[in-house]
Ligand binder design. Sequence first.
Ligand SMILES: Cc1cc2nc3c(=O)[nH]c(=O)nc-3n(C[C@H](O)[C@H](O)[C@H](O)COP(=O)(O)O)c2cc1C
Length: 309
Amino acid sequence: MKTRITELLGIEHPIFQAAMSWASSNAPLVIAVSNAGGMGVLGAGPLRPADCSRLLGEIRAGTKKPFGVNIPLNGARAPELLEISLRKKIPVMVASQGGPREHLPRFRAIGAKWLQVVASVEHAKKAEAAGVDALVVDGAEAGGHPPPSNVGTIVLVRRIVRATRLPVVASGGVADGAGIAALLALGAEAVQLGTRFIATPEASVHENYKRAVLAADVHDTCLVGPPALPIRQLKNAFTQKFQAAREDEREALFKASSLKKAALEGDVEWGRVEAGQSAGLVDEILPAAEVMKRLVQEMEQARNRLASL
Ligand SMILES: Cc1cc2nc3c(=O)[nH]c(=O)nc-3n(C[C@H](O)[C@H](O)[C@H](O)COP(=O)(O)O)c2cc1C
C-alpha cells in the first residue's frame, strides 16, 4: 500500500510503532518493527545522552530500513539528544511537546524528515506553518499524553486532515488492522500504535507491566496529572489515591509516582502504567514481527469486507 507517508519515509506499510518512554527506549522493538516494513521509533525522552548514542548505533547495526527517534522538546535533555540525533544522521525525527521551527533547518541539512506530534487543530496549523513534513495526531484514547481537550481520535484526525495539507499519521485507540483501515478511510496516511506494541517480548518494560496491559479492558484507564498535560494510564492504587485526593495534595502525589517505577521496577500498583484505551483490545504477547504481519493481514481483511458490502 502506498500513501504519502510510505513514500515520504520509504516504508512498506503505513504502520508506526509509537514512541513510548521506557517501552520503546531500547533497540530490539525499533529494529523488529522497521525490519517488518513499519516505522520503528526510539523513545529517546528518558535516555541519558550516552545511552541514546549507543542505541542509535545498535539500531543502525540491526536494520538497513528507516527508523525514527522521538524527542519531547520540552525535556531537560532535549538539546543534547537533538545534537546526538544530528551527529548520527537519523532518518526520521518524531518530535513532541515543543515547537519545531528552530531545529528544522539543521535536520533538513542531514536529509532527515521531521514529523510533529500534535493534539489540536491550532498546533497542527502552527506545525504546518513551521514547515514540518507530516503530522502525528494523537486523540483522546491514546496512552501517555492525550489531548487536554479530550477530543477522540476519529473526530480529531478528520478535523486535522480537513484543516491542513500535510499527511497525517493517526494515533490513539488502535490495536488491530481494522482500526488502521478505519483511520486510513478517514484520510490518515499511516496509523501509529503504542499500547499494542507494549505486549511484545521486545518492549523494554517489566513483565508485570505487560501483564497489566493484557488484563485491562477498554474502560480500565483514566486520566491523572495536571489538567493541561493529562496522562492516560491504567487504573491502579495510585490513580485511586490521586483521584480521591484534595486538589492541593495532588501535585505531591503525582510526583511520588512515575512511569519508571512501573516500567522498570514492575510496581504496577503505585507506578504510572501508561497505556491507552486500546489495552482492552490487546490480549496476547506476540513478537513485534508477528504483530506487524497480523496488522497487515487484518487491514487487508477490513478493506475486503468494505469492498464486499
Ligand atoms: C508507555 C507510554 C509511553 C509513552 N511515551 C511517549 C513519549 O515519550 N513521547 C511521545 O511523544 N509519546 C509517548 N507516548 C504516546 C505514544 O507515542 C502514542 O501516542 C500512544 O501510545 C498512542 O495510543 P495507543 O497507546 O492507544 O496506541 C507514550 C505512550 C505510552 C503508552
